[in-house]
Design a protein around this ligand. Structure first.
Ligand code: F6P
Length: 418
């Protein structure tokens, strides 16, 4: 089997561990392993035939470069399109990969990946892949390289794209054959594309799994920020309103609020009552102040709104705290500091275990089995049908839009709702 792995959508800590895990588990199980640079965008662009890499040979590792070689160091710093950086070694080390997006990789190409933040193979939110014509090109590029299995690590949007690609696959192959871009033999060989999804997202917004890759690290960053803010807040007796990421999901805000000892938390799934939240929040905060608390921390999820779906922004909260409680209040938007940086231990362990399961899932896949998403439930790595997980996640957004917040919470996390 020829497996390619790609990372898509917003990056998250742990995506490199996914790539490393898929490549190494794939090699151990006798597969050929590939990476696709720049997410679905790389799949659509494929490989420029005028730009050739030397033939794959895992025995060439470190033969021609050493870390002390100044030219090599320059390539690392300035070689736009080089795959590997910062002391990692391998077959593709130091080579310009400009014009090549689908690349054969070996064991040493992913050395040093575990502790790195972001995604070293690049990611993108591809417009082209959303179009049928883009997906047709992507199918052609995969078939051209003989790849028959794909691991996609991304959030709900990326996994939805994976599901569309999988369901269109037979039609795409037929179209390529009819237009003469691939041969009948290629069409027969590639009649079935094996796809498996891993959820890489700091938002922890995917249904049917307890945790997404990158969410623990982002939560850790937020906790550290709360600690830092707490000491300055207490010194000045100030209030701070922290806006945290999570898109339409309140997981980061809720967990950070509990772990950081926040006074009030606003999340989309259980919104505060329209017209009443101001009073409710002030009452809670005042009760903390009267017993001697010198600081106030309010966490606002970026997707927060009230029960009438009117967005609640950190500035709105600040104004209420300043005007009604006369608190000296500041707003801190943590932004992308939540997303970048080194993965915590769990964002190395979880993706590694899930990557191994992803490879096993692909090896066991038959044309009759559905595409799976690899999740985790009650500390066990699981396989769930990708389509079901994507649909359930969409239903959460639908329930919120319909103001059915109880349903949104139970779809997000059935046990928590109980
Ligand atoms: O989905 C991950 C996420 O970080 C969300 O929490 C946030 O809303 C969004 O991506 C930010 O996207 P961008 O990096 O494109 O600004």
């Amino acid at each position: 089997m020829k497996i390619a792995v790609l990372t898509s959508g917003g990056d998250s800590a742990g995506m490199n561990a996914v790539v490393r895990g898929v490549v190494r588990a794939g090699i151990v199980k006798g597969c050929e392993t590939w990476v696709v640079r720049e997410g679905y965008e790389g799949l659509v662009r494929g490989n420029d035939e005028n730009v050739q890499l030397p033939p794959y040979d895992n025995t060439t590792i470190l033969k021609d470069v050493t870390i002390a070689d100044p030219e090599f160091l320059n390539t690392l710093r300035f070689g736009d399109g080089t795959l590997l950086r910062d002391g990692t070694f391998g077959h593709n080390c130091g080579r310009s990969l400009r014009g090549r997006y689908i690349i054969r990789v070996g064991w040493d190409d992913v050395r040093g990946y575990l502790p790195q933040g972001g995604t070293l193979i690049g990611t993108a939110r591809s417009k082209d892949f959303r179009e049928h014509s883009g997906r047709l090109k992507a199918a052609f590029n995969l078939i051209k390289e003989g790849i028959d299995a794909l691991v996609i690590c991304g959030g709900d949007g990326s996994l939805t794209g994976a599901d569309v690609f999988r369901s269109e696959w037979p039609g795409l192959v037929k179209e390529l054959e009819t237009s003469g871009q691939i041969t009948e033999a290629q069409a027969t060989k590639h009649g079935h594309l094996k796809i498996v999804g891993l959820v890489g997202s700091i938002d922890n917004d995917m249904s049917m799994t307890d945790l997404t890759i990158g969410a623990p690290t982002a939560l850790h960053r937020i906790c550290e920020a709360i600690d830092s803010i707490s000491s300055t807040a207490a010194s000045h007796k100030r209030a701070f309103v922290l806006e945290v990421m999570g898109r339409h999901c309140g997981w980061l805000a809720l967990m950070a609020g509990v772990a950081g000892g926040a006074d009030f938390i606003m999340i989309p799934e259980q919104p505060p009552e329209a017209g009443k939240w101001q009073e409710e929040m002030c009452k809670a905060i005042d009760s903390h102040r009267v017993v001697g608390k010198r600081k106030t921390i309010v966490i606002v999820a970026e997707g927060a709104h009230d029960t009438s779906l009117t967005p609640i922004k950190a500035e709105d909260v600040k104004n209420v705290l300043s005007e009604k409680l006369n608190l000296d209040t500041r707003v801190t938007t943590l932004g992308h500091t939540q997303r970048g940086g080194r993965p915590c231990y769990y964002d190395r362990l979880l993706p590694t275990l899930q990557a191994v399961e992803a490879v096993n899932t692909l090896l066991e896949a038959t044309p009759g089995t559905p595409s799976y998403m690899i999740g985790i439930s009650e500390n066990k790595i699981t396989r769930v049908p990708l389509m079901d997980a994507v649909e359930m996640t969409r239903n959460v957004a639908k329930a919120i839009a319909e103001k059915d917040f109880a349903r949104a919470t139970s779809l997000r996390d059935p046990e928590f709702a109980e």
